[in-house]
Write a protein that binds this ligand. Structure first.
Ligand SMILES: NC(=O)c1ccc[n+]([C@@H]2O[C@H](COP(=O)([O-])OP(=O)(O)OC[C@H]3O[C@@H](n4cnc5c(N)ncnc54)[C@H](OP(=O)(O)O)[C@@H]3O)[C@@H](O)[C@H]2O)c1
Length: 283
């Protein structure tokens, strides 16, 4: 029988793209199929699949960076505790687990970080994601922890799926003559379909278990990202660079958190991926 992958959070932005790249070999579950907070149900349902499972791919997360400052309990449950339970379930069943983390686990002076760099999470969101990494590592040896950053791409099917920066900028530019974007926060940037394809390669190539950094090549500030969006779409909206102190947000963010990929073939530049996305999407 053909091996399948089980994708949790399949109606989110990344989950939706993973469903596409794995096609008929994917089983997708979202909240209505299995609420991951009901961990005994989760264990029972995975066990009950009665199909050879190549990997469980966990895309479920609490992704509201500012919201996590207040809603620490749910952020910790979804980002730290559930991944630990899931890792244990996978270990018991002998199934590899793919889990996603964030560039925000790095937040010191260095700015660029290889896979083995020391984490330094500052915000509640970043702390909960880092705890999730540790919980996965502590409960199974067969794990792929994939750190990624600033996802964009087609919106997830779920109503709550996070709006990407691309949608946000295009929306703002259609309503305002001037748009402000933060120029002193720099991140890696990632096209969700490229990440999904790279995750499939990771599994198909049976890469060694461990921590991987998967983003598009290059990096940019929010201002650089917005400028590229407006250039590609021919928007004439004025774009104003502003310091992060101009935007009052609950959570602290790193000044520069670029993920260095030292283990895998690099993906194309984020600008190329963005051009492909915008040229195929009607705005
Ligand atoms: N988005 C980014 O910029 C970014 C950056 C770095 C890392 N990441 C990481 O990449 C991964 C994928 O992110 P994403 O942006 O694709 O996430 P997303 O769009 O927010 O999708 C998360 C999915 O999980 C589902 N979910 C939430 N609570 C659940 C529960 N209790 N039971 C079952 N399903 C539940 C959500 O359903 P509902 O909508 O119904 O809640 C949603 O479909 C996450 O680990 C995230 O932390 C993302």
């Amino acid at each position: 029988m053909e091996e399948h992958v089980l994708i949790l959070g399949s109606k989110g932005m990344l989950g939706g793209q993973l469903l596409k790249v794995f096609g008929a070999k994917a089983i997708g579950w979202d909240r209505e199929d299995c609420d991951v907070l009901k961990t005994e149900d989760l264990r029972f349902k995975i066990k009950d699949l009665r199909l050879p499972i190549k990997a469980v791919i966990n895309c479920v997360a609490y992704n509201d960076v500012d919201g996590a400052e207040e809603k620490q309990e749910i952020a910790n449950l979804l980002n730290a505790e559930v991944p630990g339970v899931l890792a244990k379930i996978c270990k018991d069943l002998g199934i590899p687990l793919v889990h996603f983390s964030t560039n925000y686990v790095f937040d010191d002076e260095k700015g660029e970080y290889a896979e083995d760099a020391q984490a330094s999470p500052k915000s509640e969101y970043a702390k909960s994601k880092y705890e999730g990494e540790l919980a996965v590592k502590n409960n199974t040896d067969k794990f792929y922890i994939v750190r990624t950053a600033v996802l964009f791409g087609p919106k997830g099917e779920s109503e709550l799926s996070k709006k990407s920066f691309v949608e946000l900028m295009l929306d703002l530019s259609s309503k305002n003559p001037t748009v402000k974007a933060v120029s002193d926060e720099v991140n890696s940037i990632t096209y969700a379909p490229d990440l999904a394809a790279a995750v499939k390669n990771l599994l198909d190539d049976k890469k060694p278990f461990g921590v991987y950094h998967i983003t598009n090549s290059g990096f940019g500030s929010w201002f650089d990202f917005a400028a590229e969006i407006f250039k590609i779409t021919g928007k004439t909206t004025k774009l104003e660079p502003v310091p992060s102190t101009d935007f009052k947000r609950a959570a602290h963010r790193p000044k520069k958190s670029v993920l260095l990929n030292t283990k895998l073939q690099p993906l194309r530049l984020w600008q190329e991926a963005l051009a492909e996305f915008l040229n195929f999407t009607k705005y």
